[in-house]
Design a binder for this molecule. Structure first.
Ligand code: GDP
Ligand code: MG
Length: 439
């Protein structure tokens, strides 16, 4: 990423001063990118506002390399939004330190318990005891026992005891007697947050007085993870979050939103199924990841380079006055095309790997060409007044463009709908500035 950042900055540097309009345009793209990265809408709004305020101010204008400043501000604010510094695990003065792992089913509690025991022992020289307090899921206890065996970390479980709170208490006793300095309790999860789960966890919290209650959430669940975090934080109280499954092309946006919404630090991230794939959370690295993922910076660059400000303004005026024609439509398409092949463009968006059918986009690129061919087969008069295109004209256009009549029909219908939509839009936000990208 560092390299990519560097090269992008180099390009911006060549551009000279960044104006207020530039900052606005960049923020529009950053906003889009954050939303694609699955960042909570309100968080995005606040963020953009804060960055714009800082960026448009003197700080940027005075600077010799304004573009560099803007990106720096974006990254700094992203980092701050995620807590700034990496947060350490709490350690009890009076051993053992008790860590409760909570979260929904499948989030990765059991795996993370094992990973955490492994990390604490290897890196911090601690002697952890794992506790199997998930007695509801049939294989949960043996799952943890298997992990313990693999790691050589003892696992406390109880066959006769059917009460998770009792199990936890017994485990604490054992830890005190046998001098384990850290107790990691793997609790039961449910498919959804419900009252019984919360009550049980509250009881356990009261019984073991944990130093840490770590909420384990699956980063791949995006906004759901944020909702879950909000509820656990509000109802049970948590001390931190572990974000799992950040390997693969997960959108990092959840990290941002969780921190902003709950104000609880993310302490670790899970980067794979292996037992050493747990890392302390570094806000700055995550900011880079969010910025770098999908190469947002390059996207911003391209967008800025391709969209001719004057043309965009003219287009906007036309939209408002409803004199938008097929000619303008063609112009708009060309603007988008200038930014490069659509497929390549979309790939740059964070989370694009998860967009279904991205592989089919070549078709879309082809479709764009077809649309262009159809419009080019119209007479200037037809482009200005599509109403006059009757069925014989449609046939002629189809022939001229080498496309079936149905496709001509579809295009005209789409254009008509687009005009209607614009009318609604312009009624809704008279005078307000709109972006020029039709995606
Ligand atoms: P629990 O129900 O919350 O205890 O979840 P588990 O610990 O049983 O994990 C559910 C699944 O997620 C398992 O298949 C794990 O291997 C997987 N998993 C957990 N953490 C990660 C991670 O960081 N990356 C990946 N790729 N998979 C993970
Ligand atoms: Mg489990």
């Amino acid at each position: 990423l560092a390299e990519r950042l560097q090269s992008t900055l180099q390009k911006i540097r060549g551009k000279g001063k960044v104006t207020e309009a530039d900052v606005k345009a960049m923020m529009r793209e950053v906003r889009l990118a954050l939303l694609y990265a699955d960042v909570n809408l309100k968080v995005v709004k606040d963020f953009i506002q804060r960055v714009s305020e800082r960026a448009v101010g003197q700080e940027v204008m005075k600077s010799l390399t304004p573009g560099q400043q803007v990106i720096k501000v974006v990254k700094e604010e992203l980092t701050a939004l995620m807590g700034g510094e990496a947060e350490k695990l709490a350690v009890s003065d009076k051993p053992p330190t008790v860590i409760m792992m909570v979260g929904l089913q499948g989030a990765g509690k059991t795996t993370t318990s094992g990973k955490l025991a492994n990390l604490l022992r290897k890196k911090y020289n601690r002697t952890p005891l794992l506790v199997a307090a998930d007695i509801y899921r049939p294989a949960a206890v043996s799952q943890l026992q298997t992990l313990g065996k693999q790691l050589g970390v003892p696992v406390y479980s109880s066959e006769e005891n059917a009460d998770p709170v009792e199990i936890a208490k017994q485990a604490l006793k054992k830890a005190a007697e046998e001098h384990y300095d850290t107790v990691i309790i793997d609790t039961a999860g449910r498919l959804h947050v419900d009252e019984r789960l919360m009550d049980e966890l509250k009881n356990m919290k009261e019984a073991v007085d944990p130093d840490e209650i770590l909420l384990v959430v699956d980063a791949m669940t995006g906004q759901d993870a944020v909702n879950v975090a909000e509820r656990f934080s509000g109802q049970l109280g948590i001390t931190g979050v572990v974000l799992t499954k950040l390997d693969g092309d997960t959108r990092g946006g959840a990290a941002l939103s969780i921190r902003a919404v709950t104000n609880k630090p993310i302490k670790f991230v899970g980067m794979g199924e292996k037992l050493d794939a747990l890392e302390p959370f570094h806000p700055e690295r995550m900011a880079s990841r969010i910025l770098g993922m999908g190469d947002v910076l390059t996207l911003i660059e391209k967008a800025q380079a391709a969209v001719d400000e004057e043309k965009a303004k003219e287009l906007e005026k036309k939209m408002r006055t409803m004199s938008f024609t097929l000619n303008d439509f063609l112009e708009q398409l060309n603007q988008v095309r200038k930014m490069g092949p659509l497929q390549e463009l979309l790939k740059m968006l964070p989370g694009a790997g998860r967009i279904k059918g991205l592989d089919n986009l070549e078709i879309s690129e082809k479709q764009l060409k077809h649309v262009e061919a159809i419009i080019q087969s119209m007479t200037p008069e037809e482009r200005e007044n599509p109403e006059i295109i009757n069925s014989s004209r449609r046939k002629r256009i189809a022939k001229g463009s080498g496309r079936p009549v149905q496709e001509v029909n579809r295009l005209l219908k789409q254009f008509d709908e687009m005009k209607k939509m614009m009318k609604q839009l312009s009624n809704m936000q008279k005078g307000k500035k709109k972006g020029g990208f039709p995606f």
